[in-house]
Design a binder for this molecule. Sequence first.
Ligand code: NAI
Length: 409
Amino acid sequence: MVKYSFDKSKIKVLLLEGIHENAVQCFRENGYSDIECLNGALSGPELEKKLHGTHIVGIRSRTELRKEMLIRSPKLLAIGCFSIGTNQVDTLDAKLLGIPVFNAPFSNTRSVAELVIAECIMLMRGIPEKSALAQKKIWMKSLNNSVEVRGKNLGIIGYGHIGSQVSILAESMGMNIYYYDIEKKLNLGNARPVNSLNELLKISDTVTIHVPSTELTRNMISRDQIALMKKGACLINASRGDIVDYDAVAEALRSKHLAGIAADVFPEEPASNNEPFVNELQNFNNVILTPHIAGSTLEAQANIGLEVAEKLVKYSDTGSTLGAVNFVQISLQPNTSKQRFLHTHKNVPGVLRELNDYFSSKGINISAEFLQTDPDIGYVILETESELDYSVLQDLKNISHTIRARILF
Ligand code: NAI
């Protein structure tokens, strides 16, 4: 009998695009030694060649992992997107091939919140306009459009990770916090929920938007909503470019209904720093325009390195898929006393029965079984206390509709 053992030195990790050193450290500290790091992105035959023997790949936003590439990477167990978005990967195809994809949705939350706070103060003091004029040799020493944030109302649309961080920071500066969210949320500090977006818009001195881009939020702030805002109010959008109608904002800036806006995201953003950036808000002084960098800080990058690497290690070590963007979620701790099988299969009737029949025909007692399914796949983790023959893995792979099988111990 050839006893199966999970040898981490045989797991090849490939990290592309200069992923932060924290990721490498995390893999090493958890016993992974075969780690290759490259500074650039890869594509085409070069990527295919590298992926051929790779079990875990880490990418940022410039390496694309499309269906054909995934099909041609038979050893690939998991993908780590060291980024917030995962558009660079065909995540559905990855799932159908049994490959979970992990990302770092919250690593830059604090970075966004801090910038929003800074912008809130800058806008309410009228600094962008005064600064723009000073650059043009105009001395505009005036207290017009200049107020403290203390005691003013901040309206937060979307009280999720970023919205609630903004809430805590703004309250500590003495602001009154109101928020609108479609979900019931735990109020932090003295923050108060309101019943409708319109109500929030009417009472806020500054409105900041922290919702995802969805059917419901597209153009959520347009002419009608801006008309409800207080005269002289400010707007901050560091969420997504299609949530605010910037033509309507431009109109409101022209009519002085809005005192200023900070925008970090736009409906059309240049794909690289070499392309020009054009937006109607460039015609105004009382705006802060930033190139989608609200979440871009050294700390966020370091956090992303750790967050994604930890998820990849956890999946490789235990089979836990918690946090995967494309996979059913099972979260388990390492279990050293038992053998653990991971089996991903097409979600069709009879697979689980076949699996269980297989173990009972071998006289192997199943001590625990965890199953999650979605319409496409089933992912089952089985634990046994028996010593395992390596051939068991091959037998599991032969079960009909199997996508992938692994053994851990
Ligand atoms: P989150 O998922 O933690 O929070 C979003 C909140 O919006 C949730 O509480 C949700 O219930 C609420 N929501 C969803 N639809 C809504 C609706 N129609 N009306 C009211 N509330 C609604 O997300 P997180 O991490 O706070 O991110 C928020 C936004 O910030 C996202 O659009 C994200 O893409 C963007 N973002 C932008 C960055 C940048 O660099 N500018 C960096 C990171 C995130």
